[in-house]
Each structure stands twice: as C-alpha cells, then as structure tokens.
Design a protein around this ligand. Structure first.
Ligand code: CAA
Length: 255
C-alpha cells in the first residue's frame, strides 16, 4: 500500500491498517489533496482482504485542525458546490470494515467531522474536540450539525456548534462523542482486538448497526436476525464455538 507525503499508510501483520494524516505544518488541515488521498486509500483498503480493521489517526500531536482555511478564503458558492467534496467522505461511509478514529490533540471542524465518520472514536488524554466554524462566519458542512446531533443530542450539539467551544476527551466521552479515553500512546490497541475476530461477523455487525439506525425497530430487528442466521454458514462461527470448548484462542480466517 502506497504512502504519500501527506498520508502515511501501513498494513500490519495483524490485519490492522493504519492511516496517518501528515501535514504537521498545517496541523493536518484537510486540503483537497489530502481528502482525495484519504478517499482513494479507503477504497483500496476496503477491497484488500488482508485488512480487517482501519485506524485513522493524525499521529501523536494533532488529529486534524479542520478544513484547510486557505482552500476557501476567497471561494464563491459555485466554486464550493463544484468541488463536490462530499464524494471524498463517501469512501469512508461506504467502507465495510470497522474504522477506528484514534484521536490525539485537536479534532476540530472538518477534523471532528472526519472522526465522526469512524465507527469508534478512541481518544487519547490530550484530545480536544470542537466545531469552531461559527467563529469563521461559517457553519459545519460535513456532518458537524447532523452526525453530532445523532451522537450526542440537541442540547450538547447546539452548545458546541453555536459557541465553537472546545471540549476535552473526558467531556466528549461524557457526551457520547468518544467511545473510550486511553493514554495517548494506547489509541491503537482496540483495533488489534477487533482485527483478531471473524471479519465476516465484524462486518455484519457494522452493517446491521448502521442500517438499523434509519429503520423501524421491527425491520431492524428482522435484519439483525437474518444477519445473525447467515453467520451460521461461516467456518469462523464453527471455529469460534470449537475454540471456546477447546479453551484456546480462535483462529478466524474470514471464511
Ligand atoms: N487551515 C489551514 N491552516 C491551518 C489550520 C486550518 N484549519 N489550522 C492551523 N493551520 C496552520 C496555521 O495557519 C499555522 O500556519 P503558519 O505556521 O504558517 O502560521 C500552523 O497551522 C500552525 O497553527 P497554529 O500556530 O495556530 O498552531 P497551534 O498549535 O497554536 O493551534 C489550532 C492549533 C488550535 C488547531 C489552531 O491552529 C486553530 O484554531 N486552527 C483552526 C481551527 C478551525 O477553525 N477549524 C475549522 C476550519 S473550517 C472547517 O473545518 C469547516 C469545513 O469543514 C468546511
């Protein structure tokens, strides 16, 4: 898998792919080149059978300071429309593998929106989240009102998007934006655990959980039941049950 100057990609032997945003001079601000590279990388990793979990990180100091403000200082409405930046986010939305955002330092504006495209957000103690677009005479444009609303509810969302206030990792966890808070150097550990499970089971869990959000409870429960039943035709399910009784770690092959 190719790394570029602004995006480092590494596929580990345990099935974890690590993507690191790397524009330290601009606090990993998301310019068009970085968005495009992210989108292409997610498409490739999604097709790569060796990849079982994807970690998206900004490294040790900063996750991402948002959209690159230089990209839109003088932009017009038509220019912004024609960029269709939503196409770049779509590769993350369409990814069937679990995505873990490992956040150290600032995740602001588009950076917080990027983290919210993940399935799980693991925050290091140093993480700080916020939607400060209002301070720039703007508003969030890639989920910062809507994904946040669905994750943490109306009153906390309004507080963040209307005040531009930054919150700590612990505050974000208390609101339900962060899945867990760990020491900064431990944000990768969870991905290794998930990658050790049956990739078929993991992907079914992800798909059903996502689709179920927008369905009636009855339909979603039916979808869940069907997916549960489908897993009984996998070798991984037999391996999981046998390993339990053999008192040994299961070896899941994704079959
Ligand atoms: N876009 C472009 N450049 C950025 C940037 C951004 N979002 N954030 C930081 N930079 C640049 C700075 O301009 C600075 O460049 P120079 O060294 O050339 O001056 C460099 O990165 C370092 O920045 P700071 O000196 O400010 O670093 P800091 O560590 O003191 O502060 C920070 C870090 C709190 C993240 C601060 O840089 C900051 O507040 N950044 C802007 C955050 C923001 O407003 N994000 C929302 C952007 S709009 C958006 O995201 C909406 C959307 O999707 C369309």
């Amino acid at each position: 898998m190719e790394s570029t100057q602004i995006l480092k990609v590494e596929i580990q032997d345990n099935g974890v792919a690590r993507i690191e945003l790397h524009r330290p001079e601009a606090r990993n601000a998301l310019n068009l080149e970085l968005r495009q590279a992210l989108s292409e990388t997610f498409q490739k990793l999604n097709k790569n059978i060796a990849v079982r979990a994807i970690v998206l990180t900004g490294g040790e100091k900063v996750f991402a300071a948002g959209a690159d403000i230089q990209d839109f200082t003088t932009a017009s409405t038509v220019e912004m429309y024609l960029r269709h930046t939503e196409q770049y986010w779509q590769s993350l939305t369409d990814c069937s593998k679990p995505i873990i955002a490992a956040v150290n330092g600032y995740a602001l504006g588009g950076g917080c929106e990027l983290a919210m495209h993940a399935d799980i957000i693991v925050a290091g103690q140093s993480a700080k989240f916020g939607q400060p677009e209002v301070k720039l005479g703007l508003m969030p444009g890639a989920g910062g009102t809507q994904r946040l609303l669905r994750a943490i509810g109306k009153f906390q969302t309004m507080l963040l998007v209307l005040s531009g206030k930054l919150i700590s990792a612990e505050e974000a966890k208390g609101m339900g934006l962060v899945s867990e808070v760990v020491e900064d150097e431990n944000t990768m550990a969870l991905a290794a655990t998930i990658a050790s499970f049956s990739p078929i089971a993991v992907q079914q869990i992800k798909e059903v959980t996502h689709l179920g959000q927008d369905m009636s409870l009855q339909s979603a429960l039916s979808l869940e039941r069907k997916a549960f039943q489908i897993l009984f035709d996998t070798k991984d399910q037999k391996e999981g049950a046998n390993a339990f009784f053999d008192k040994r770690p299961a070896q899941y092959r994704g079959e």
